[in-house]
Design a protein around this ligand. Sequence first.
Ligand code: PEP
Ligand code: MN
Length: 337
Amino acid sequence: MIIVMEPKTPDEVINKLRERLLDLGCEIHESQGVNYRIFGLIGNTSSVDADRLRALDGVEKVIRVQEPYKIANRLFHPEDTIVQIGNKKIGGDHFAVIAGPCSVESEDQIISIAEDVQKAGAGFLRGGAFKPRSSPYSFQGLRENGLELLKLAREKTGLPIVSELMSLEHLELFIENVDVIQIGARNMQNFELLKEVGKTCKPIILKRGLSATIEELLLAAEYILAQGNDQVILCERGIRTFEKYTRNTLDLSSVPVIKKLSHLPVIVDPSHAGGIWWLVEPMAKAAMVVGADGVMVEVHNDPANAKCDGQQSIKPERFSSMMESLRELAKIQKKII
Ligand code: PEP
Ligand code: MN
């Protein structure tokens, strides 16, 4: 249930209402915008009498929220959430470009790619250190060493680093070393992991599960938000369908749908969605046009010999020309890139 207060309601009235809600045994989440103040009642509110609340001083309206996700709901927070990472922003007018290899493979590889994507205008460096591979015999990542190499690349380029956390046992390591924690598609419904990252204040990129509905994605985000971490960025990365030509089917319509339902920023990963390098640029441009808040793309200096996902990785030169196209589009879309 959501209680929208009249603009300029005096503090005494707000405080009185807060006490009353707490007396009713409700868990409340407050949200303060430029022109509004909202109380969100979380949990089972079936016994709360909405009409009695409507009659109280300062209350403009009371809305019963039908959707099962509450804090992620745009009703709860009408303005776009903007996630701040150092001096960079994701959401609102800010379009983020996160680029880098699928996996960190060596010092030379990650430094060279990081320098190239930084020169071309990327805002963040991605790189997997712990890799969720379908086969246990495939390259599993450089693990702790991979994070060390990412830190070196950050030192050289100033780019904040994004890397995937797969297991709770590495949470502290990630808190200490990375700027943004990625929760991959395969762990979107690892609820224990979601709860624990929810207790941190690290920005989280939450990728849509392979066969997850939009509602399931928003409920997964709700797990993080409910623990107090509101720095959540959603990522559309394609879903499984009957189509076999592409690795997954990029559900571009999920972007405007999620933006209607939620205030959280949404980025698109065209690399894992299409699974083919030449689809990355057109799908990245499409992502910007449908209103995404950024893209995450795989870039490799030697895709033919990449240890992971070479077929969907673009070379630095192509990344650079893609950035030029995105900058042109950003002028029309009124986005800061
Ligand atoms: C990745 O970004 O490296 C990755 C494994 O993606 P996903 O979880 O979307 O498959
Ligand atoms: Mn990959």
